[in-house]
Design a binder for this molecule. Sequence first.
Ligand SMILES: [Zn+2]
Length: 66
Amino acid sequence: MQSAVKPAKLIIRNGRYVCPNCKQTTNQKASPDTNADRLILWCRNCKAEFVVNIDHGQCSIVSRCR
Ligand SMILES: [Zn+2]
């Protein structure tokens, strides 16, 4: 069984997540022990929304909302 969407890693810069779309830092803070399931990450720069999973600071993008 192959998944069509490859999980992408989220980049952290200056303690904040970087938007995968416009590569600017978002308002969402990152911490090495953050755990989140289907967190919605919103970028104020390009207005893109992503559903992300964070497991001990390791984040993967589940899907893009808009
Ligand atoms: Zn963006």
